[in-house]
Design a protein around this ligand. Structure first.
Ligand SMILES: Cc1cc2nc3c(=O)[nH]c(=O)nc-3n(C[C@H](O)[C@H](O)[C@H](O)COP(=O)(O)OP(=O)(O)OC[C@H]3O[C@@H](n4cnc5c(N)ncnc54)[C@H](O)[C@@H]3O)c2cc1C
Length: 324
């Protein structure tokens, strides 16, 4: 009577990021290494470089250090860490593991077993900066370079997919196919499993409500408001809000495109009327932002068609000269 899509993500592999060079043994995803160490009781190597500063990579850097291995560096293509700040502090800084930002692996050395890597600096377009190459000797490379939502089934079912890869859902986590809901990493990559659990619970309750109140009844399609990502926002969930649900609490989740400080989070309609605003000291792409809102209480215009979420710089507080 209802289906909940919860297929999760898979890790991006070397093939997905096209690193040139030979194909020796000693290259794993961070998740594979985690399984070897934590479940199977094997160490994949002795000296490591971790490509990508995702949470799993940083957690593995610490774990391998505990096991007596040497983690020579975590190399990140972005100019900032891509996982949680607390993992940067607790997994890298506390163990003196260098984080090299704006660098990537540009060559793999070794034929049978990995012997080392060339890393190169990248510019703001992620193009290699010629002459910036450095060689790092290591026998193992772990990849922590992102997750790919497992949406093959979603596509086969003909549910609409958003630009970011997850299915388009309304505020009840229902996809564009009636009775089919989605939650967890297949919908959006979460920072922690606890957030996945909370979202899964919501999807479950909404699916039950659908079965009890809507399944088999010709209720007709509710008019919907479209939620769109504005300045410095990469995506917003839900993608759609049913106008019949405006009096309900709605949980919005979104991420910023780039880190920023002293910002203002704003929800506004297509007429630029601000429905909600909140100050925040800092934002970073690795930390998903969650805001619970009751749009009726925010005096939303019932004819509103679009809600845009933006994260904009707050004007600096000017200190007048005569007050100095
Ligand atoms: C390597 C790794 C380490 C992690 N470590 C941590 C951690 O330490 N702490 C933390 O909080 N979070 C961690 N996470 C994140 C956490 O695992 C995820 O946020 C969470 O598991 C996502 O839950 P999910 O139910 O959406 O997907 P998953 O837990 O991935 O579950 C999806 C399930 O669906 C199955 N599936 C997929 N397609 C189909 C299909 N077509 N038919 C049937 N079944 C299918 C998959 O096999 C899988 O069992 C880690 C993630 C990874 C990849």
């Amino acid at each position: 009577k209802a289906i909940i899509l919860a297929m999760g993500c898979r890790e991006r592999t070397r093939g997905a990021i096209n690193i040139p060079g030979f194909r020796p043994a000693g290259i794993y995803t961070a998740g594979q290494a985690q399984r070897f160490v934590n479940v199977e009781g094997y160490l994949p190597g002795k000296t490591y470089v971790i490509l990508g500063s995702g949470d799993i990579g940083m957690i593995m850097a610490r774990r391998l250090t505990w096991e007596g291995c040497q983690v020579k560096a975590v190399v990140e293509i972005q100019p900032y860490v891509s996982g949680l700040i607390r993992n940067q502090v607790q997994c890298l800084e506390d163990y003196d593991i260098p984080l090299i930002t704006s660098y990537t692996v540009t060559k793999i050395h070794g034929k049978d077993r990995l012997k080392g890597l060339t890393i190169s600096k990248v510019d703001h377009n992620f193009d290699r900066v010629i002459g910036s190459e450095k060689f790092i000797e290591c026998d193992t490379l772990l990849l922590s370079v992102g997750l790919i939502p497992e949406n093959e089934l979603t596509r086969e079912a003909d549910a609409e997919i958003s630009e970011m890869g997850g299915p388009i859902v309304d505020n009840n986590l229902q996809t564009t196919i009636e009775g089919v809901f989605a939650c967890g990493n297949v919908l959006q990559v979460h920072d922690l499993v606890d957030l996945v659990t909370a979202e899964a619970k919501r999807a479950g309750f909404n699916a039950i409500e659908y079965i009890h109140n809507m399944y088999g009844k010709k209720t007709g399609k509710d008019e919907q408001i479209k939620c769109i990502a504005g300045e410095n926002v990469i995506y917003v969930k839900p993608d759609l809000i049913n106008k019949g649900d405006l009096a309900k609490d709605i949980i919005f989740t979104f991420r910023v495109k780039k880190p920023d400080r002293r910002v203002l989070i704003q929800f506004k309609d297509e007429k630029n009327k601000v429905l909600y605003k909140k100050k925040r000291k800092h934002v970073i792409p690795s930390e998903m932002i969650e805001i619970k809102l009751n749009l009726s209480e925010q005096q939303i215009d019932p004819v509103c068609k679009i809600i845009e979420v933006e994260v904009i710089p707050r004007p600096e507080v000017l200190i007048e000269k005569d007050k100095l």
